[in-house]
Design a protein around this ligand. Sequence first.
Ligand code: COA
Length: 259
Amino acid sequence: MNTLRLEREGALAILTFQRPDKLNALNAEVLQELHQVLEELQEDSDLRVLILHGEGRAFVAGADIRAMSGMDAAQAVRFARLGQQVFDLLEALPQVTIAAVHGFALGGGMELAMACDVRVVERTARLGQPEVRLGLIPGFAGTQRLSRLVGTGWARYLILTGIQITGEEAHRIGLAEVLAEEGQALEAARKVAAEVLKAGPTAVALAKRVILRGRDMPFAVAEAYEAESFAYLFTTGEPQEGLRAFLEKRAARWVKEDA
Ligand code: COA
């Protein structure tokens, strides 16, 4: 891989965007490499948490403006579809994904962070969807994910003005769940990962799946899906261990089953 670096630490992996001279801007090569690495990681049943991070001054400063400047409409739709597909794959990963955001997370960079399960953002980071300032709109599902995360009011305000907000503001409006001091995003993301790693692996993977798949179902259907998933866990041995460990006042010893 040219544009990404994957480091594995047991059940945790850190995926770093490494095109720092272009503030990790997303061109087709980066998106294709991301697609390939995510396809591999989704099959890795020993991996439980993936942290996304950017090398240099930015998390990711957006889709590559130079690449987009030469596109016609047919190329533009292919580029948007590629980005959407890759971010959908990221969102649907069975592992827990954490965006560790510092510096700039603009346009496609913010859309990338929004496709993760948790956003850890440094107080001084700069986030925004500046596409309209370039005569564009968000094309990697930002128009949809931003509304779902922060409501249509904030989504319209941010997308229609293209303004940048700080990490602190992003945290205040619910765009970031964890606020970190400058230089501490990766460390704070590791702390979130450590909490996830204490929990039942099958329960965590299933909870993620029920939240995301249930989102697009009628409420009563989603409730039935939740109850079936809740019941399924009792066939894996995981709740039996978790409940017993609580009663015996000890840490649970998980044996991972594939959910
Ligand atoms: N696409 C392509 N290249 C980008 C980029 C992007 N989205 N964002 C930054 N870069 C490149 C710059 O062109 C520059 O390359 P160069 O050294 O070859 O000229 C390099 O990264 C450093 O960026 P620079 O603009 O010099 O840094 P800065 O600190 O002055 O400004 C930003 C930082 C993030 C404010 C500014 O780069 C910016 O506005 N980027 C575009 C953000 C954007 O609109 N993203 C959404 C795209 S749809």
